[in-house]
Each structure stands twice: as C-alpha cells, then as structure tokens.
Design a protein. Structure first.
Length: 246
C-alpha cells in the first residue's frame, strides 16, 4: 500500500513477540527447531503435539496414515479487537504446460485434460477423498463432502481475500521479479532466530531487513527498466481494503 517494506511495523514486531513468548513458555515441541514439515506432520499424527499450523494437504495424509486421529480445524488467531486483516489470496500463475518442442504434444494435452477437466475422475476423487481442493469450477461445490476438508475450506474462505498482483495489473513488472534477489537473512530466518533465542533485538532486526528489502527493490527496479520494462514504484502500490477482495 505504501510502496515500501513494512517488516518493521508494530504488527510484525508484536507477531515476533508472540512467537518468542510461546517459545519461552514451552509451547513448542522440543524438536521444533530441527524437524521439517513432513516430520512435524507425522509427529502430530502420532499424537505428540496438540496443534500444528500446516496446509490442507495434511488431511489426506492423516486420513490414510492415522485413521483414528481425532482432530479439528481452527482458523487463524484473532486479536481481542476482532479480525482486522485477511489471509491474502494471490492470483495464481501458470505452472504447467506443454513444451513447444515436445515430440508428443497430443499425449501431453490428454494428460492435462485428465488432470484439470471435470470430465475425468482425478479432480473429483481428490476432493471427495479429502486430499485437496480443486481449481476446476464446480468440483468443490459438488464433491466437497469430507468434514475436515469442508471445515478447512469454510475457515479459509471466511478470512481470505484476493490480494493485488502487480503482474496482473502490468505484465511488464514480471521483468522486475526476474531481477529481484531475495535478501538474507529473510523474515523466516529472523523468526527462527527469535524462537531459538539467538535474536533479542526484534525491532532492530526487522528494521535492518526492511532497509535491505527496500534497497534490493530499488536495485531490481533500475535493472528491469534498463532492460526496457518502463515501470515505476507506483506499479507496486495498491490502495485497497484488505478486508475485501481487490
């Protein structure tokens, strides 16, 4: 909304402090800092943790591997003042296609049809079996019968809004993202360091991150324009209400 990084904002600092407090009061699983998502998912399935923040793909795994697991779905934590923001739904980009030099384009097209057409069973079975949601229109409405998957869907849709995507508004910004290099340590690294007790100056660390991000932003913008993008900082600014779809 401002065209600049907001990592050092009060809300972010308070979020880090929340995670820090949970570490200090012993809320996290003892192996939290060393395990990966699949391991955490298995530990939860075995009853070694009271809650886990993960994606909808876990439900199908637990249904298959831990059929007796008694669990429910909870939405994100809401402050005492009520919900003041949303989970951002970004516009999806194409991620699967057929190579222009493919020797079997017709067979490849058939595969994509089987994956993404309502006329085949793949999308319908994945939804009805509780594996994941479908992006094919009408499939979720008709085949979403798994109780856990439906609870997840209801919680997500109640708190999510469509966020703006610079590439949708101005395709030339794609050149910017090709030039942008992620800074290090990233926000996830800083949060991990905070939980581990290695970072004590939360606000100071986030300010340094914001400065690095803004510097890299300017660098990538300049590089993109040198390649003919003709974009400005305003192409990344959006005046919108996060509580409503963009």
């Amino acid at each position: 909304m401002t065209g600049e990084s907001s990592y050092a904002d009060k809300a972010m600092v308070e979020t880090f402090e929340l995670f820090k407090g949970m570490a200090e009061d012993g809320s996290y699983h003892p192996s939290t800092m060393s395990i990966r998502a699949p391991e955490a998912r298995a530990l939860f399935g075995a009853g070694e943790a009271g809650f886990i923040i993960q994606g909808v793909w876990c439900i199908g795994v637990w249904n298959a591997n831990n059929p007796d697991l008694d669990l429910g779905i909870a939405s994100q934590v809401i402050s005492d003042n009520g919900r003041q923001g949303s989970v951002a739904m970004a516009t999806a980009n194409a991620w699967m296609g057929i190579s222009a030099t493919s020797e079997h384009p017709e067979e490849a097209a058939k595969l994509l049809e089987a994956l993404y057409s309502k006329d085949y069973n793949y999308q319908k079975d994945c939804v009805s079996d509780g594996v994941f949601f479908s992006l094919v229109k009408g499939v979720n409405d008709e085949y979403l019968t798994n109780p856990l998957l439906k609870d997840y869907y209801d919680a997500a849709t109640a708190t999510a809004t469509v966020a703006p995507n610079p590439k949708t508004e101005n395709p030339a910004t794609s050149q910017f993202f090709l030039q942008y290099n992620d800074v290090s340590p990233a926000v996830g690294d800083l949060l991990q360091g905070t939980v581990a007790g290695a970072i004590s100056d939360i606000e100071g660390s986030l300010k340094v991150l914001a400065e690095k991000v803004n510097k890299e932003f300017d660098k990538a913008l300049k590089a993109a324009n040198e390649k003919g993008a003709n974009i400005t900082q305003d192409d990344f600014k959006f005046d919108w209400d996060p509580m409503t779809n963009y």
